[in-house]
Write a protein that binds this ligand. Structure first.
Ligand SMILES: Nc1ncnc2c1ncn2[C@@H]1O[C@H](COP(=O)(O)OP(=O)(O)OP(=O)(O)O)[C@@H](O)[C@H]1O
Ligand SMILES: [Mg+2]
Length: 348
């Protein structure tokens, strides 16, 4: 049994102008010790998916229309806010792009970590202080007895992210959710933070759900990848399957737009694929990517593609996978584009 399993999750925002169908039937699972990366263009529903799992989407306007979120086999969609508060910051932990949104600017960092420990564990106040210092050391902050007295704004961005990680890890979480955790950081710091997250994940056998725009980060961190487009997962598989055997034209577009997979250059975000994603107030009847897809056929405009299983782990939803569909020449070309990057993926 996976520690987290999301089944057919649909989330909409009920707004004045209508219903925004932000997440349209998303399913994924993640096991302990495993990292799932969710990738896709801005607005495709990555953050809403993860925030819904943690019940951080404000209801209203957000509503879970359908679906289950199973944590250790138990559906948590109906949990009370009190139960969720226990999970969040306890068994679930979160790291966001901008730590300042999560850190209290008026409280010394040591006290913030300390309070989180006291709230979610049964440690005494003295033990919590020791744990705070231990966690600060673990994430590479020297002299914790001094540094714990500082306020968040006196730290650099990278150091603040380390504080967030120390705080998140201090309760021995089972799942770490990280939404663009290193986007705001310079290349070297990004690299250090990713290494830190990876080593903590291994040490504590955590599951990790990582949202990123950067495919280099995916290659470095992920065991599994889910490619999202317009509120759906259009392709999912092991990192190797998605990078080397991509089957969805949107994934081809993403991989081709990737200038460099070594992931050390944080400024190298995904280049744009021509066109724009559909309006989620009124998503198209057919495949949401059809309007931008160079291989779109009549069928693509009429009906949504079914999910095709390509292996035990690899799935994609595209009409081109129908045996009756014409063979497209693109695939080899796309594969070629990925092969050049093989060296840095070799460790996977
Ligand atoms: N409070 C809200 N009210 C209405 N629509 C919303 C709200 N929050 C998000 N949305 C919509 O939900 C969709 C998914 O948003 P989400 O933030 O999950 O995208 P994302 O994939 O995380 O993008 P990014 O990469 O830019 O962070 C978007 O179309 C967005 O406009
Ligand atoms: Mg987001």
């Amino acid at each position: 049994m996976s520690i987290l399993e999301v089944k057919n999750l649909r989330v909409s925002f009920h707004a004045y102008a209508g219903r925004v169908q932000a997440v349209r039937g998303v399913s994924f699972s993640v096991d302990s010790g495993e990292t799932l990366a969710i990738v896709g263009e801005s607005g495709c529903g990555k953050s809403v998916t993860v925030q819904t799992v943690m019940k951080l989407t404000p209801t209203p306007p957000a509503f879970i229309e359908e679906g289950q979120i199973l944590y250790n086999g138990r559906d948590i969609t109906g949990c009370s806010e009190k139960e969720m508060q226990q999970l969040r910051g306890g068994e679930f932990s979160m790291i966001f792009q901008d730590p300042m949104t999560s850190l209290n600017p008026t409280m010394r960092v040591g006290r913030q970590i300390n309070e989180s420990i006291l709230k979610h564990t049964s440690l005494s106040s003295k033990e919590a202080t020791e744990k705070t210092m231990e966690m600060m050391r673990l994430v590479g902050i020297p002299k914790p007895e001094m540094n714990m007295l500082r306020y968040p704004h006196t730290y650099s961005g990278g150091m603040r992210q380390r504080i967030m990680i120390a705080m998140g890890m201090s309760t021995n979480p089972k799942i770490l959710f990280a939404d663009e955790p290193t986007t705001a950081l310079d290349v070297t710091t990004q690299s250090q933070i990713l290494d830190l997250m990876n080593s903590l994940k291994k040490q504590f056998n955590m599951a990790m759900v990582l949202i990123t725009h950067n495919l280099g980060v995916v290659a470095r961190m992920a065991d599994k990848v889910a490619v999202m487009y317009a509120g759906k997962i259009v392709e999912t598989g092991t990192a190797r399957e998605v990078f080397y055997e991509p089957k969805h034209p949107y994934t081809w577009g993403l991989l081709n737009s990737m200038p460099d997979i070594n992931g050390t250059d944080g400024s190298r975000e995904l280049a744009a694929i021509p066109g724009t994603p559909p309006d989620l107030y009124a998503p198209p009847a057919g495949c949401a990517f059809a309007a931008r897809c160079p291989y779109a056929m009549g069928a693509c405009l009429k009906a949504q593609p079914e999910e095709t299983s390509l292996s035990g782990t690899h799935k994609a939803s595209c009409h081109l996978l129908d045996p009756r569909a014409p063979k497209v020449p693109a695939y080899e070309a796309k594969r070629h584009a990925v092969e050049g990057k093989q060296q840095s993926l070799g460790g996977m």
